[in-house]
Design a protein around this ligand. Structure first.
Ligand code: NDP
Ligand code: 2IT
Length: 444
C-alpha cells in the first residue's frame, strides 16, 4: 500500500475535507504493514472500498422559529459501512457541521464499532442547526422537521442513530416521537432513548465511564490507578460529565472543565453538587462554563484550554482538534503520563506524535470513547429481546467490553520494548474485523 498515493487521490476527489483526510491518513499509516502482509485485501480492493461511504444523503430542513421566521438548515446522514452490522452512529447538531466533519466521524465509527465486539457498522449524521439560545419548542420543531426527511433513511435493522454534540436525551425524544408517528411502529430505531420508552440504563454516562475504564486498564499495565491523581478534563457536556463522575468515584481529582468561552480551574476538585451544576449549565443551552467559576469562587481562564494546568492524567472530552502539538508538549513537560480521548479525534496529528514519541499512555478516541456506542449496542440487544437489564448488568458488560478493547489494542499495538502503541493497535484490530468481513462477503 502506498499511503501517499492514496492520499493524493483522495485529496483530489475530496478537496479541502481536512478532518476526513486527517482521519483516513491516520488509519492507513497504522494498517500499512498488515495490509501488505495480506495480499487478499489488495485484490479485494478493500482500501478503495473502505474510504468511500456507501452513501451520503443531504436534505433541507425548513422550520419556523418562535417569531415565525422561516429558517432553513442542512441535514445529513452518512451510511459509511455495514459489513459487520447495521449502520450505527450519532447525530451532531452544531453550526460547524459539514461533510468533512461527518465523514471523519463516520469513518472513525466503523473501526470503533468493530472494536466493541458487537455487530454494528459505521455511520454518522447531523445538521448545522445551532441549539445555542433556542427555546425548547424551537428545539422540538427543528427535531420534528429533521425527522420528516431522516425517517425514510433509517430503520432498526438498517441504520440506528444516537446522540453526539448538541443531541442528548431531549432531542432523541423529539426525533423518536416523530419517527414512531411516521413509521407507524415502535421499535429501537434510536439509541439513547429515555429510560421509560426503550432506553438502557447507563447510556447517558457510558462514554465518560467507558473512557475512564479504558484509562484504568492503561494505568494497570504500569501498576498504577486513579486514586490520588490530578485529572484535567475538557468540555462540559455529556461525555465530560460521565468522565468527571467516574474519576471522582475512583478517587481521582478533576480540576478543570472547559467550554467555548474558556476553562475553569477548581483545585479542590469537581465533585458532588458541582457535578450537578455542570449538568445544569449544559441544559441551559448557553454554551458557557464561566458561571461555574462565579458560583464556586474559582479561577476562570477566558479563551484558554485546560492543557496548561499541571496534571497526571488528561481526558479531552469536547471536540476534534482541541489539543495541539504545543498543548501536548506542555502536558508532557508538566508530568502528564496518561491521555485518554473521550471526544472523537481531539488530539491533532502533531499532538499524537508528541504522546507517542514520549511513550506515555495514550488511548485514541476510537478505542477510549467506544463505551458510548457499546451501550448503544446493548440498548439494541435489550430492545430486540424486549427486556431491560439492571444498572449493574449493563455496567458490568460495559466494563468487560472496555477491557476487551484494551486487550485488542495490546495484542496489535505492542512493540518490542514493551511499549503499547494504542493508536496502531486500535486501528489494526478495528480494521481486520471489517476487512475480513468485506472479503468474505464479496465485492459489493
Ligand atoms: P455535548 O454536546 O454534550 O458536549 C460537547 C461539548 O464540547 C460542549 O461543551 C461543547 O460546547 C464543546 N464543544 C463543541 N464544539 C466545540 C468547539 N468547536 N470548541 C470548543 N468546544 C466545543 O456533546 P458530547 O459530550 O456528547 O460530545 C463530546 C465529544 O465526545 C464529541 O467529540 C463527540 O463526538 C464525542 N463522543 C460522544 C459520544 C456520545 O455518546 N455522546 C460517544 C463518543 C464520543 P459548544 O456546544 O458550546 O461548542
Ligand atoms: O461518537 C460516538 O460514538 C457517538 N456519538 C455515539 C454513537 C452511538 O450510536 O451511540
Amino acid at each position: 500500500m502506498n499511503v501517499e498515493r492514496i492520499m493524493i487521490g483522495l485529496e483530489k476527489k475530496h478537496p479541502g475535507e481536512m478532518e476526513y483526510l486527517q482521519a483516513v491518513r491516520e488509519v492507513l499509516e497504522s494498517i500499512e504493514e498488515v495490509y501488505s502482509e495480506n495480499p487478499h485485501f489488495e485484490s479485494a480492493g478493500i482500501i478503495d472500498r473502505l474510504v468511500e461511504p456507501d452513501r451520503v444523503m443531504t436534505f433541507k430542513v425548513p422550520w419556523a422559529d418562535d417569531e415565525g421566521n422561516v429558517v432553513v438548515n442542512l441535514g445529513y446522514r452518512i451510511q459509511f459501512n455495514n459489513a459487520i452490522g447495521p449502520y450505527k452512529g450519532g447525530l451532531r447538531f452544531h453550526p460547524s457541521v459539514n461533510l468533512s466533519i461527518l465523514k471523519f466521524l463516520g469513518f472513525e465509527q466503523i473501526f470503533k464499532n468493530s472494536l466493541t465486539t458487537l455487530p454494528m457498522g459505521g455511520g454518522k449524521g447531523g445538521s448545522d442547526f445551532n441549539p445555542k439560545g433556542k427555546s425548547d419548542s424551537e428545539i422540538m420543531r427543528f427535531c420534528q422537521a429533521f425527522m420528516l426527511e431522516l425517517w425514510k433513511l433509517i430503520g432498526p435493522e438498517t441504520d440506528v442513530p444516537a446522540g453526539d454534540i448538541g443531541v442528548g436525551g431531549r432531542e432523541i425524544g423529539y426525533m423518536f416521537g416523530m419517527y414512531r408517528k411516521l413509521a407507524r411502529e415502535n421499535t429501537g430505531v434510536f439509541t439513547g432513548k429515555g429510560r421509560g420508552w426503550g432506553g438502557s440504563l447507563i447510556r447517558p454516562e457510558a462514554t465518560g465511564f467507558g473512557n475512564v475504564y479504558f484509562a484504568k486498564e492503561m494505568l494497570k499495565t504500569k501498576g498504577d490507578f486513579f486514586e490520588g491523581k490530578t485529572v484535567c478534563v475538557s468540555g462540559f457536556g455529556n461525555v465530560a460529565w460521565g468522565a468527571v463522575s467516574k474519576v471522582t468515584e475512583l478517587g481521582g481529582k478533576v480540576v478543570t472543565i472547559s467550554g467555548p468561552d474558556g476553562y475553569v480551574y477548581d483545585p479542590d476538585g469537581i465533585s458532588g453538587e458541582k457535578i450537578e451544576f455542570m449538568l445544569e449549565l449544559r441544559a441551559s443551552n448557553n454554551d458557557v462554563v464561566q458561571p461555574y467559576a462565579l458560583e464556586f469562587g474559582v479561577e476562570f481562564h477566558k479563551g484558554k484550554r485546560p492543557w496548561e494546568v499541571k496534571c497526571d492524567i488528561a481526558l479531552p472530552c469536547a471536540t476534534q482538534n482541541e489539543l495541539s502539538g504545543d498543548d501536548a508538549q506542555t502536558l508532557v513537560n508538566n508530568g502528564c503520563f496518561c491521555v485518554s480521548e473521550g471526544a472523537n479525534m481531539p488530539s491533532t496529528p502533531e499532538a499524537v506524535e508528541v504522546f507517542l514519541e514520549n511513550k506515555i499512555l495514550f488511548g485514541p478516541g476510537k478505542a477510549a470513547n467506544a463505551g458510548g456506542v457499546s451501550v448503544s449496542g446493548l440498548e439494541m440487544s435489550q430492545n430486540s429481546m424486549k427486556l431491560n437489564w439492571t444498572r449493574e448488568e449493563v455496567d458490568a458488560k460495559l466494563h468487560q467490553i472496555m477491557k476487551d478493547i484494551h486487550e485488542q489494542c495490546v495484542t496489535h499495538g505492542s512493540t518490542d520494548d514493551g511499549f503499547v502503541d494504542y493508536v496502531k493497535g486500535a486501528n489494526i484490530a478495528g480494521f481486520l474485523k471489517v476487512a475480513n468481513a468485506m472479503v468474505d462477503q464479496g465485492i459489493v
